[in-house]
Ligand binder design. Structure first.
Ligand code: SF4
Ligand code: SF4
Length: 69
């Protein structure tokens, strides 16, 4: 997965859809993508449990996630 920091608002929809679809609850701490504040931008880190399902990309309201490296 690829995160486009310039488009990311930090809304955490990606984490909510990831945890909801994999763990059955909206809980950002369970998400397979971790968001880090990096100055005024957000940086995304995908955990080893990320299965590349790309739901985070499909549901990101700002087009800040894409499939691929
Ligand atoms: S859903 Fe998109 S804009 Fe929102 S935090 Fe995730 S990557 Fe950033
Ligand atoms: S690709 Fe799937 S498993 Fe990986 S962070 Fe996005 S929603 Fe979660």
């Amino acid at each position: 997965m690829k995160h486009i920091a310039d488009k990311c608002t930090g809304c955490r929809t990606c984490q909510l859809i990831c945890s909801l679809s994999h763990d059955g609850e909206c809980n950002p701490s369970l998400a397979r993508v971790i968001l880090h504040a990096d100055g005024l931008r957000m940086r995304a880190e995908f955990t080893s449990d990320c299965d590349e399902c790309a739901r985070c990309a499909r549901y990101c309201p700002y087009g800040a996630m894409e499939e691929g490296e």
